[in-house]
Design a protein around this ligand. Structure first.
Ligand code: GLA
Length: 404
């Protein structure tokens, strides 16, 4: 009797632990194929990208996913199992997953909650359990699940996402579930309950600063730039927490208008200041950091932006709080993010078209003490400050870490 009791206790603790498991305790980081490759990639591109991620120290810094976006699919076999395009993946996805896992990289794949994906490939509607099992058998660790060709009402979306997340859980493999319906049905209100660890909040990011379109619907047509997406995502800070992240889409850092679908709708590339701004804003907003430029050939500036340990630490901070926008006035945006060790991160974005100086009284944003400040980009330190005065270029975001 006693033995059975102990056994039941152990099982109860074990089950509770499994249920409590947080799949993406910090925002996922890695590389995603879409904005550089579009649907035009092969297993050799993925492998060489993985090698470059290891060589450049990106994996060590936490960029430990490679997410294969739309375009990998080759239809279904005679048993209706989804298969990869054999021309693009001659060795198969399982062999590729093994290659990545050996290098400390996890594999992300992509599907859609309808019959076809956005780019017109085979998708998972009605095959959720079978496809989830295939992904698990291949060793997939992350699934981006899109919503093209699906009905527009929120109830159907919630149900279709829930169905796939249940299917993933049923496999017993830890697979992060990334909901991608572009914020059109306010997923921040329901995506966690539908089993998502992250959810896209806006239309697709393009390689440009801004279209200044007023709503997400317009952004779908005009193409969203870094600033448009920041503006929409910044107001959703209350919804993000450990294991549940707002996803403002990929980092366009280092694309310089080259290749890929981000070049359409006016995406002609950004300046390095704007790319640095995207990295800063995304990290302050606890966003997933999915690089989408060619890591194999990136220049020194791109590398410097993507590998800045201090800004990455702000993104990956264990407290998991997305920065709040505490000032939004005269083209100035100030973000405040509390950090796990009691420090704060502050970002100051100058959204105007001229270099200007900003003076921030710390008390006015609720920081009542004297702080030592550390500029995470210039590495300059100053002690005992009650205010910060800084010159900020057009479209630049300066970031300080404050400690007492
Ligand atoms: C949608 C998504 C993009 C990308 C493409 C692929 O547009 O929002 O991120 O996955 O589909 O077709």
């Amino acid at each position: 009797m006693k033995k059975i009791y102990i056994f039941l206790m152990v099982m109860a603790v074990f089950t509770a632990k499994a249920q409590d498991k947080v799949l993406a305790p910090t925002p996922p980081m890695g590389f995603m194929t879409w904005n550089y490759f579009g649907v035009d990639f092969t297993e050799s591109d993925i492998k060489t990208m993985a090698d470059a991620m290891v060589e450049n120290g990106l994996v060590e810094l936490g960029y430990n996913y490679i997410c294969i976006d739309d375009g990998w699919q080759g239809g279904r076999d005679t048993k209706n199992n989804i298969i990869a395009d054999p021309k693009k993946f001659p060795s198969g996805v399982k062999a590729l997953a093994d290659y990545l896992h050996k290098r400390g990289i996890k594999l992300g794949m992509y599907s859609d909650a309808a019959l076809l994906t956005c780019a017109g490939y085979t998708a998972s509607l009605h095959f959720e359990e079978q496809d989830a099992q295939t992904f698990a058998d291949w060793g997939v660790d992350y699934l981006k699940y899109d919503y093209c060709y699906a009905p527009s009402d929120p109830e159907t979306a919630k149900n279709r996402y829930k169905k796939m997340s249940n299917a993933l859980r049923k496999t017993g493999r830890d697979i992060v579930f990334a909901i991608c319906e572009w914020g059109d049905r306010f997923p921040w209100e329901w995506a966690s309950q539908s089993g998502g660890q992250l959810w896209r909040t806006t239309a697709d990011v393009r390689d440009k600063w801004a279209s200044y379109a007023p709503t997400n619907q317009d952004l779908h047509r005009e193409g969203a730039g870094i600033f448009d997406i920041f503006n929409a995502n910044a107001s959703l800070s209350n919804y993000a927490k450990r294991g549940a992240w707002n996803d403002p889409d990929m980092l366009v850092v280092g694309l310089y208008g080259k290749k890929g679908p981000s070049g359409d709708l006016g995406g002609k590339g950004c300046t390095d200041v704007e790319y640095q701004s995207q990295m800063s804003l995304w990290c302050l907003m606890s966003a997933p950091l999915m690089i989408t430029c060619d890591i194999r050939t990136m220049n020194e500036k791109t590398k410097e932006i993507l590998t800045n340990k201090d800004i990455i630490a702000i993104d990956q901070d264990k407290l998991g709080k997305q920065a709040k926008r505490v000032v939004h006035k005269n083209d100035w945006h100030v973000l405040l993010k509390p950090l796990a060790n009691g420090d704060y991160a502050i970002g100051i974005l100058n959204a105007s078209s001229k270099t200007r100086t900003y003076e921030l009284d710390l008390k006015a944003i609720g920081l009542d003490k004297k702080y030592d400040t550390y500029n995470v980009w210039t590495k300059e330190r100053k002690e005992n400050r009650r205010s910060i005065k800084v010159s900020v270029q057009s479209h630049e975001t300066v970031v300080f870490r404050l400690s007492k």
